[in-house]
Design a protein around this ligand. Structure first.
Ligand code: FES
Ligand code: FES
Length: 140
């Protein structure tokens, strides 16, 4: 991983001690996605508030490299309190900023996997995306 030591340490810390790793029973929705480059998957449980416009809690599970796991872990801390609208507007640059390290083109799919799972899951749940698309790929 390129970039400053502090951010590198932070990524390794999230990788070794992932935050919100596990399941949420009675989640509003659950969605799974795969990085097509390696086959690693991340599954996410998301709880929305009663109005279904703000994220209250997130849990994730799955496996993958340090970048994908750290990204999911950091996102799980960042998303609670975020509106669906803000989630929808997130893009790869936000994720790369969040990670704070240089991400090689090969690794972008690792970095954005969790974000795409959350976005697709929300859009499918809210009926804005094809219900047949039950599985996300971190392909742009
Ligand atoms: Fe840095 Fe894999 S190369 S996490
Ligand atoms: Fe599989 Fe990064 S190598 S998610």
């Amino acid at each position: 991983i390129g970039g400053s030591d502090m951010y590198r340490q932070q990524i390794l810390d999230h990788y070794k001690n992932p935050r919100n790793y596990g399941e949420i029973e009675d989640a509003t929705f659950t969605h799974v996605g795969e990085n097509p480059m390696c086959g690693d998957t991340i599954e996410m449980d998301v709880v929305l508030d009663d109005d279904e416009d703000t994220i209250e809690a997130v849990a994730f599970r799955g496996d993958g490299c340090a970048i994908s796991q750290a990204s999911a872990s950091m996102l799980s801390e960042r998303l609670p309190g975020t509106s669906i609208e803000e989630l929808r507007e997130m893009d790869r640059d936000d994720i790369i900023d969040m990670l704070g390290v240089e991400i090689s083109p090969m690794r972008v799919k690792c970095a954005v996997l969790a974000e795409k799972v959350a976005q697709d899951g929300a859009e499918i749940y809210l009926g804005e995306k094809d219900l047949d698309k039950t599985r996300t790929e971190s392909d742009d």
